[in-house]
Every structure is written in structure tokens, then in C-alpha cells.
Design a protein around this ligand. Structure first.
Ligand SMILES: Nc1ncnc2c1ncn2[C@@H]1O[C@H](COP(=O)(O)OP(=O)(O)OP(=O)(O)O)[C@@H](O)[C@H]1O
Ligand SMILES: [Mg+2]
Length: 313
């Protein structure tokens, strides 16, 4: 194990009776980076995370966090103050206020600071006196994150940190997570939001039925699996001349043209516009689609999104 790695998971297996929740997963997370586990419901993301924080014992395989074994009681005791954990379902005492909970958790870690500052970092600055039981779903998520953050841990485990949050809340959190990375924290997070993984993660593992099916930077996954970019437009009187034929695969339906571009689509677009200008043709309804992590995800997992209308039929 290199000391550059904060987390090392080696051949992790977790079985529940006949069910294999995690089937031989290995990965490592560089210090100061954000590592994402992406996969659909039941893929084994939470189980992997729970093994990393010593909440469940692996059936086989090993985990090391900052060199400690979370499955070992003594190691875990030393590790705990250096880990922050936000679980998928945190049950907080309903009749305690946000401020009380932050102070209570703070005391556990020997903190004496003011909970107001961590509360405002997650957008709960004006809710210190609110009962936890009266928080909305997204606010509860923010509180859970504040509780994970306030003892300034080196490694953060975030299980779907923004699920149930509105767009604004998500962006507040993304900014906070970005700031945490800048300050050198290591983070491992799970998410269903592909955009979130693309935005935040230095590296992504795509997990499917307990196995890793792909692992790379978001950009590399898109480049490798995302497919080609395409350009669509409408142009009356347009024709694909010899100068454009080499740009990729062309198709057209009446005045609507589609090019599946070979190489950089911006370059192809410039050529098309130039050509249309020379023809004296106007280009309308232009759409450029660059492959996204979502395209790569669907290609990797081989999962198609069902059209809900076809189910009703
Ligand atoms: N304590 C348990 N006992 C039995 N089966 C379990 C237990 N915990 C998880 N599982 C099963 O293990 C599999 C993986 O679950 P896990 O919670 O790790 O998935 P996940 O990827 O986090 O899914 P989600 O996106 O829905 O949170 C599921 O089939 C789940 O039903
Ligand atoms: Mg989960």
C-alpha cells in the first residue's frame, strides 16, 4: 500500500446468507481526492461504505483507512476521530434541536467550538433552534453532513449526501465538498446523480450487482464509453458536400440533418457553418450533443432506461 492512499479496499466480499451484496471489490482512494461509487439501487454501495467505517464486518477481504483496519476494535477507536460519516439513513433524536445535536456530537469529539459556524457552512445557520424532527428531508441531510464535518476529520464517507435536496441545496453542498477537497480532505461518496459524480469526483467506480464494472476519471469514462458527439440541425436547401463527408456519419430526413461526428464536434460545427454560408443557406434549430457520463454509464452497465409508456401498453 502506498502512503498516497487514504483508503485501500482489497477483495472485499460481504454476504448475507445466500445474497452476495459485495462480490470481490478492490479499489484505493488517493489522499486529498474525491472517490465516487456510482450504481443503481442494491448495487452494493452502502455495504461497501459500511465496511470501510467498521459498521459491518466483511465476509472476506480487507479494508484499510489511514492504515487502520476498521474491522479491528482498537484500530477503529483510533480511526473514529479522524473519520466523518454521513449515512444514507441517519436517525436523529427528534426532540433535540440542531444546535443541541451539534454541541452533543462536538462534546463526543472533545470540541468546544461554536456550532453556528458549521451549521452555516451547510446552509442551516438560521435553523439552530429547530427540532431535528421538524427538519425537512433535505435539511436533515444537511444536518447529517454538519455532524460528519464538525470535528474536522481527515476522511469523509458520504452516502448519497444530496439525496432529497433541492437544486439550491445541492449546489451549496457541492461547493462545501469542493472546499473540503481544497483543504486536503479525502472523500468517498455514493450517489445516484450522475451529474453529481461528474461534477465532484476525481475518480469513479461504477458498481453493478456487487462488482466493479468500470473505474476511471469521469472524463476518461466518457471518452472511452460515451460514444461520439452528434450535431443536429435543420437547413432548407442544404446538402452534404464532399468537403463535409469526412466529418463523420451523416443522416438526413427532409431538411433535418444529423452528423455523428468523428473527433472534435466543435471543429465539425465550424465546417458546417462555413459550408452553409457559402451555399447561402440558413442553419436553424441547431443542437450539439456531447457524450456525457450518463451515456457512458448506460453503455457500461448495459442498462436502458425503460420508456414508461411502453409499460402501460
Ligand atoms: N443487513 C442486510 N441483510 C440482508 N441483505 C442486505 C443487508 N444490507 C444490504 N443487503 C442487500 O445487499 C444488497 C446491496 O445493498 P446496498 O445497501 O449496499 O445497496 P446500495 O448500492 O447502497 O443501494 P441504494 O442505491 O438503494 O442505496 C441489496 O440487495 C440489499 O438488499
Ligand atoms: Mg445505499
Amino acid at each position: 500500500m502506498g502512503t498516497a492512499d487514504a483508503i485501500v479496499v482489497d477483495r472485499l466480499v460481504k454476504r448475507y446468507g445466500d445474497l452476495t451484496a459485495v462480490a470481490d471489490i478492490s479499489f484505493s482512494v488517493r489522499r486529498g481526492s474525491i472517490f465516487g461509487l456510482l450504481g443503481r439501487n442494491g448495487a452494493g454501495k452502502t455495504t461497501t461504505l459500511e465496511s470501510c467505517i467498521g459498521l459491518i464486518a466483511p465476509t472476506s477481504g480487507t479494508v484499510r483507512v489511514l492504515g487502520f483496519d476498521p474491522a479491528d476494535r482498537r484500530d477503529l477507536a483510533r480511526l473514529r476521530p479522524r473519520m466523518g460519516v454521513q449515512l444514507q439513513a441517519t436517525s436523529l433524536p427528534e426532540k433535540a434541536t440542531v444546535g443541541e445535536l451539534l454541541r452533543l456530537y462536538g462534546t463526543y469529539y472533545g470540541l468546544r467550538g461554536n456550532p453556528a459556524s458549521v451549521a452555516s457552512r451547510v446552509g442551516l445557520g438560521d435553523k439552530l433552534d429547530r427540532f431535528a424532527g421538524k427538519l425537512s428531508g433535505g435539511e436533515q441531510q444537511r444536518l447529517a453532513l454538519a455532524l460528519a464535518l464538525q470535528h474536522d476529520p481527515d476522511v469523509l464517507f458520504l452516502d448519497e449526501p444530496t439525496s432529497g435536496m433541492d437544486v439550491y441545496g445541492r449546489h451549496v453542498l457541492w461547493r462545501e465538498i469542493g472546499a473540503l477537497r481544497s483543504s486536503g480532505k479525502t472523500m468517498i461518496l455514493t450517489t445516484h446523480y450522475i451529474e453529481e459524480a461528474e461534477h465532484l469526483c476525481d475518480e469513479i467506480c461504477i458498481v453493478q450487482t456487487g462488482k466493479i464494472v468500470a473505474r476511471d476519471t469521469p472524463a476518461a469514462l466518457v471518452a472511452r464509453y460515451g460514444g461520439d458527439a452528434s450535431i443536429e440541425f435543420a437547413a432548407r436547401g442544404f446538402s452534404v458536400g464532399a468537403a463535409l463527408a469526412g466529418l463523420g456519419r451523416w443522416a438526413h430526413d427532409g431538411d433535418r440533418y444529423t452528423l455523428v461526428a468523428r473527433g472534435e464536434p466543435g471543429h465539425a460545427l465550424a465546417k458546417i457553418v462555413e459550408y452553409a454560408n457559402a451555399l447561402g443557406v440558413t442553419i436553424a434549430a441547431l443542437d450539439l450533443h456531447r457524450p456525457s457520463l450518463e451515456d457512458a454509464f448506460l453503455a457500461i452497465t448495459g442498462e436502458r432506461i425503460e420508456d414508461p409508456r411502453s409499460e402501460a401498453a
